[in-house]
Design a protein around this ligand. Structure first.
Ligand code: AMP
Length: 190
């Protein structure tokens, strides 16, 4: 199995690049943000809970997020591998993922971290707001909060994978195609 964590701050291009990796390596793409948004749209109980955090640019609590992710993985028993996009976002989520995958006799192969400077992120999110319809993209204060939460709670997850020698940093600047090629190379050379 090929299990990859695609990591990076909001606006780094995780969703766009995940779609390309998914096709090339025949992986199931699991985006926790997309799953939360689908639940919000479907007006589920989980959606209502998630919305109260997402609209403020805060993280949804670990226990809820981990449970949801595990059930999504269990829904794909025949997968050749997964690309985790937007998960794990905290060290406890990373530890829970390791425990869960090892109970299934598999593991994370690598974390690909898209490296993008903060100025560029703000620009990209502003542009994305015009087309995404995402409420959390529309307000500069919420965008800033998401970036702050990323720095404080999510960026340390890199250390978690670095300690396991699984961290691979990838330059996230340039054309979408160029970045895709860098990601392919990082996976193929691993
Ligand atoms: P994203 O689409 O990955 O930018 O996620 C949108 C929002 O969903 C985030 O700002 C969080 O509020 C929430 N979210 C997504 N993934 C997670 C996660 N792994 N842990 C906690 N909250 C999450």
């Amino acid at each position: 199995m090929l299990n990859i964590v695609l990591f990076g701050p909001p606006g780094a291009g995780k969703g766009t690049q995940s779609e390309r990796l998914e096709g090339r390596y025949n992986l199931v793409h699991l985006s926790t943000g997309d799953i939360f948004r689908a639940n919000i749209k479907g007006q589920t109980e989980l959606g209502t809970l998630a919305k109260s955090y997402i609209d403020k640019g805060q993280l949804v609590p670990d226990d809820v997020t981990i449970k949801m992710l595990e059930s999504e993985v269990n829904n794909h028993p025949d997968a050749d591998g997964f690309i985790f996009d937007g998960f794990p976002r905290t060290k406890p989520q990373a530890a829970a993922l390791d425990t869960f995958l090892s109970s299934k006799n598999t593991e994370i192969k690598m974390m690909l971290s898209l490296e993008v400077p903060e100025e560029e992120l703000r620009d990209r999110l502003k542009k994305r707001a015009e087309i995404s319809g995402r409420t959390d993209d529309a307000d500069p204060a919420i965008i800033q909060n998401r970036i702050d939460v990323y720095r404080k709670e999510t960026e340390p997850v890199k250390e978690y994978y670095e300690e396991q020698s699984k961290l691979e940093k990838v330059d996230g600047l340039g054309s979408i195609d160029d970045i895709t090629q860098r990601l392919f190379a990082a996976i193929d050379n691993n």
